[in-house]
Write a protein that binds this ligand. Structure first.
Ligand SMILES: Nc1ncnc2c1ncn2[C@@H]1O[C@H](COP(=O)(O)OP(=O)(O)OP(=O)(O)O)[C@@H](O)[C@H]1O
Ligand SMILES: [Mg+2]
Length: 255
């Protein structure tokens, strides 16, 4: 068998076995500032391919800023540290290059484009080069979006808009999905539907970092957890360790 054929045949589970020594996604001593405001203060974290990491902490702990720094937005500005995704140095990239490398940030406000239908929002995402999901694949996994394909995206319910935002990330070349408060304001039944989708993309090797106020829901979904406090990591471990540790939950998550 040729090397190329072997690569194509390598399943995700084989791939993650090979990767036991090197994490798929890694942040090393990352520091970022809004102007002179020092906010992300030396964050390090590791995630394996296909894992879900819950990034938690109190209001103002620096969760959104950490996601934005990983996505290489200009604000906050990263001044020190390294970010590696699948062997590629992301810390040297601009946000559009990070997106091209497979990092897709779904911000809290979801950024659905006004004046465009559901399908147009998805088609626009597909304009970027890469191997994103086809419309057909998306509609199969998101039947609600299929039903509303001709409806203007911004007129969808909050839950449907969140699904559209995630679907749009899948339409692009997606390796690392960054979700900022995806469950905010959503009914439990919609949260469950989103959980089901996030679960279903794990075996495809898509890695997710989820920031959530609903820490219990995020921890039940996640493999690992990182807790931030004033821009620093105060805990890193498995999600179960946090669920089992009442003191930790009480001190940093108020649950
Ligand atoms: N654009 C900005 N300019 C200056 N400071 C900012 C800016 N955005 C956030 N901050 C500050 O950075 C700190 C971390 O904010 P961040 O939004 O990252 O926290 P968070 O953990 O996401 O909080 P929340 O749970 O409320 O969403 C806060 O002290 C906040 O006031
Ligand atoms: Mg935030």
């Amino acid at each position: 068998m040729s090397a190329i054929a072997m690569t194509a045949d390598t399943t995700v589970s084989q791939a993650s076995e090979i990767e036991t020594t090197r994490p798929f996604f890694s942040v090393r001593d990352m520091h970022a500032y809004y102007g002179e405001s020092y906010i992300v203060q030396g964050v390090s974290l590791d995630v394996r391919r296909g894992e879900i990491l819950a990034l938690l902490g109190r209001n103002g702990a620096g969760k959104t800023s950490t996601l934005r720094t990983i996505a290489r937005t200009d604000n906050p500005q990263m001044r020190q540290g390294e970010i590696w995704l699948d062997g590629a140095p992301i810390h040297q990239m601009k946000s559009f290059e990070a997106a091209r490398a497979g990092i897709q940030l779904v911000p809290e406000d979801r950024r659905i484009i006004q004046g465009l239908t559901v399908e147009e929002n998805l088609t626009l995402a597909k304009v970027a080069p890469g191997n994103g999901w086809s419309l057909e694949q998306i509609y199969q996994s998101f039947p609600r979006l299929a039903e509303r394909r001709t409806q203007e995206g911004v007129t969808l319910s909050g839950g449907e808009q969140q699904m559209l935002a995630i679907a749009r990330a899948l339409a692009r070349d997606l390796k690392l999905l960054l979700l900022d408060e995806p469950y905010e304001g959503l009914a439990p039944v919609i949260v469950q539907e989103i959980e089901r989708i996030l679960h279903s993309i794990k075996p495809l090797g898509i890695t997710t970092i989820i920031v959530e106020q609903n820490a219990v829901a995020a921890l039940k979904l996640a493999d690992r957890a990182v807790i931030l406090d004033t821009g620093e990591v105060v805990f890193a471990g498995t999600a179960k360790e946090v669920l089992d540790n009442a003191e930790l939950r009480h001190e940093y998550l108020a649950i």
